[in-house]
Design a protein around this ligand. Structure first.
Ligand SMILES: [Mn+2]
Length: 351
């Protein structure tokens, strides 16, 4: 018994998928990869799509690639198919089709870039802005909250299966990329997609338990260090913190476990833009930037060799210290939130 849906919001229209479906159906072998240092969306989108294609086309060879030669981050290992993922450096074949999910530039594919280059065709499904499209067929929708939303809409448009396991993978991408539906990108199509995924058997409570309520005590100790270091500028409009490589090693936390630490910084009341710096190894600094208001922090990330969305972006710099990077970025963030049209001088900010 079907019921009429009140909210039919979608990020795509079915015809946008025609080319992608044509590429998929014409390929005998397909390799799917998300970006380097994969997050919940990169992994959930690759797995959700890959598991569905395996069911829809039992005779096709469907391979799930990891862009790096590193294990799947612990909190995402509950997703179906993670143990079947192959580091791209160990995949030597030339697939008919390479599908890139959640990746704006070829360089973010790390080891998977070589597979993309030697594949006969390339399909791109993504929600990041890009200045250098590398797909033969692309669905790039920057208003989509997550690539997982786009994948869900593809499965629906193509009539490919969405089992509870597939729905859980896609829901993980959606939940993590929207910060549990707390970020500005949580739009009607994100909620409509979530509703369809839960209807298909996704388990939001399980996802919350696995991703957000299963922190190692070592990680929480590091989080308390990061919390203790939170600093603010311009009356609290800019908030920042950082972790040194020595903090990670003394706490016993790996670099890939630290993705959530920027969210600790963004909880500061009144903060508009946030910065978290992580020294992944001595001299290598990974920066996460977040904007809570309408300020676009992606250009600052681009200036430092990175990229991302207007509200969430990142970059990596080498050969510099945490202090050095703070010295160059904090003034940029201050200038951003104090730009003439930002009403910096109308609030309670005095020095
Ligand atoms: Mn994403």
């Amino acid at each position: 018994m079907s019921s009429t849906s009140r909210c039919m919001a979608r990020s795509t229209t079915p015809d946008m998928w025609d080319m992608v479906i044509e590429h998929i159906e014409g390929a005998r072998s397909i390799a799917i990869s998300g970006h380097t240092n994969p997050d919940g969306d990169a992994l959930g989108s690759a797995l959700g799509l890959g598991l569905s294609l395996r069911m829809a086309f039992p005779s096709k060879q469907i391979v799930f690639l990891l862009a790096d030669d590193a294990p799947v981050p612990r909190v995402y290992r509950f997703m179906e198919g993670t143990c079947d993922m192959v580091p791209a450096s160990r995949y030597t074949e030339k697939p008919d089709l390479f599908i890139s999910v959640d990746v704006p530039v070829l360089s973010r594919l790390a080891d998977s870039a070589a597979v993309a280059k030697r594949a006969l065709g390339r399909v791109v499904i993504d929600h990041h802005p890009s200045h250098d499209e590398f797909g033969d067929a692309s669905v790039r929708v920057t208003s989509a909250a997550a690539t997982a939303v786009l994948v869900e809409e593809l499965l629906e448009a193509a009539g490919y299966p969405c089992t509870p396991q597939i729905a859980t993978c896609l829901m993980t991408g959606l939940v993590t990329d929207t910060g549990r539906f707390q970020y500005q990108n949580a739009n009607p199509s994100a909620f409509a997609c979530a509703s369809r995924l839960v209807d298909a058997g996704a388990e939001p409570a399980r996802i919350a338990l696995e991703v957000y309520q299963s922190q190692r005590i070592e990680y929480l100790r590091l989080e308390s260090i990061v919390m203790g270091r939170i600093g603010t500028r311009v009356g609290g409009r800019v908030a920042f913190s950082y972790a040194y490589a020595a903090d990670l090693s003394s706490c016993g936390v790996s670099s890939d476990e630290c993705d959530g630490l920027v969210d600790v910084v963004r909880t500061v009341q009144g903060s508009q833009v946030c910065l978290f710096l992580k020294e992944t190894e001595p001299g290598v600094i990974r920066g996460n930037l977040r904007s809570k208001g309408h300020w676009d922090i992606s250009s600052i990330a681009v200036e430092h060799g990175g990229g991302g969305h207007s509200a969430a972006a990142g970059f990596t710099v080498e050969g510099r210290s945490v202090e050095d990077v703070l010295d160059s970025i904090l003034p940029q963030l201050e200038a951003l939130v104090c730009a003439p049209d930002s009403a910096c001088d109308t609030g309670d900010v005095h020095g």
